[in-house]
Design a protein around this ligand. Structure first.
Ligand SMILES: Cc1ncc(COP(=O)(O)O)c(C=O)c1O
Length: 362
């Protein structure tokens, strides 16, 4: 007797969480709305990047190689060699691969909550168990003791996002070391570090701890969310593991050309970072003036505690939509609703956000 299609499919496909991308289609259908919900960069790529991509199309008939020159440049940015770098199609590619590198069915993936919502489903799609430890209630920082206590024999992978998304905070160096010392594979996700030119990367950890790797994306400060480019930094053994797990042609010639062009033009990233950081400071000030609590943020997003206003997250996000602004809904934290997240957009979008927020919360 023939089975139905659903009976052929691995069962955890149906039980794993789904990452909802519906908001992207909604945003495309409503181009007049400010896209302040996805931690995107509001500034498009420069002409230099566009020209490099167009030039790369001349060899669009050739398969991509391992981009040794680009890996060498990236390695130099971190004091590492090209064999400590592997490239990927945005760090979502890394998120997917790292689960398959380390997790067998029944193994545990340890992270904190709230978090970037793509992490849990990709672990669940390996039939692994996701163990999420809530951030501390007072400052929303990692509850390091509770996370360390949650480690057991089945824990095969730990995640620390630094600075964290959506809470925006950095983990203390000493606490990060405590995770390294466990010996369990550790992903340090530095998606937002570039917004902090004074903060050093944690790439040196990989020299001391071969089980630690860094995940980096160009989707944020570099503004490549649609181009898709990222990389993993790790020991040669770690990178060899990722190389086997990644598909051989996961980075297109166009994405690699764009990445090299922007690396060769650091002024472009600097301008994008300055635009973001200027508006983050303005948002923080204005939100505080309204009696809301913006958390100290070190990326291109700000988590805002509006629980004291009596309005729920859903109400706030809907009111934003009514004013042509997409905001990010944040689930309850410690049982309280009223948190939301905003990412600076263009000057005009930011002015629109401020006038909305002032009339809504006054
Ligand atoms: C912490 C974190 N890591 C990774 C990503 C995914 O980035 P990419 O666009 O490179 O897939 C995001 C996206 O928002 C993120 O917040």
């Amino acid at each position: 007797m023939k089975k139905e299609l659903k009976d052929w499919i691995v069962p955890w496909l149906f039980t794993s969480r789904e990452y909802n991308v519906g908001i992207l289609d909604k945003a495309m259908e409503n181009p007049g709305n400010a896209r302040l919900m996805l931690n995107e960069n509001p500034i498009p790529p420069s002409e230099k990047v566009i020209e490099a991509v167009v030039e790369s199309l001349r060899h669009g008939n050739w398969y991509p190689d391992s981009f040794l020159r680009l890996r060498t440049k990236i390695g130099e940015m971190y004091g590492l060699g090209p064999d400590n770098v592997t490239l990927c199609n945005g760090s979502s590619d890394t998120i997917d691969a790292m689960m398959r590198v380390f997790l067998q069915p029944g193994d545990e993936f340890l992270l904190s909550t709230p978090t970037f919502e793509l992490f849990p489903p990709r672990a669940e799609l390996c039939n692994a168990k996701v163990v999420q430890v809530p951030v501390r209630e007072d400052d929303l920082n990692y509850d390091v003791d509770a996370m360390l206590n949650a480690i057991n024999d089945r824990t095969k992978l730990i995640l620390i996002i630094n600075p964290n998304n959506p809470t925006g905070v950095f983990i203390d160096d000493a606490d990060l070391k405590r995770f390294c010392e466990t010996g369990v594979p550790l992903c340090v996700d530095e998606a937002y570090l570039d917004y902090n030119p004074d903060r050093p990367t944690k790439a040196d950890l990989i020299k001391e701890y071969p089980q630690v790797f860094l995940s980096v994306t160009f989707s944020k400060a570099y503004g490549f969310a649609g181009i898709r480019f990222g990389f993993v930094l790790g020991s040669e053994e770690m990178i060899a593991a990722f190389n086997r797990m990644f598909l051989p042609w996961n980075v297109s010639r166009m994405a690699a050309a764009a990445a090299e062009a922007i690396i060769d033009n650091p002024e472009e990233v600097k301008a994008k970072v300055e635009h973001n950081n200027k508006w983050m400071a303005i948002f923080s000030e204005e939100l505080k003036n309204l009696g809301l609590k913006p958390f100290p943020a070190h990326g291109n997003y700000m988590l805002i505690d509006g629980t004291m206003t009596g309005k729920t997250t859903e109400e706030i996000v809907q009111a934003g939509l009514d004013n042509n602004i997409f905001l990010k809904k944040i689930g309850e934290i410690h049982g309280k609703s009223g948190y939301f997240r905003v990412t600076p957009g263009t000057d005009e979008e930011n002015e629109r956000f401020l006038s909305f927020i002032k009339s809504y919360f006054r």
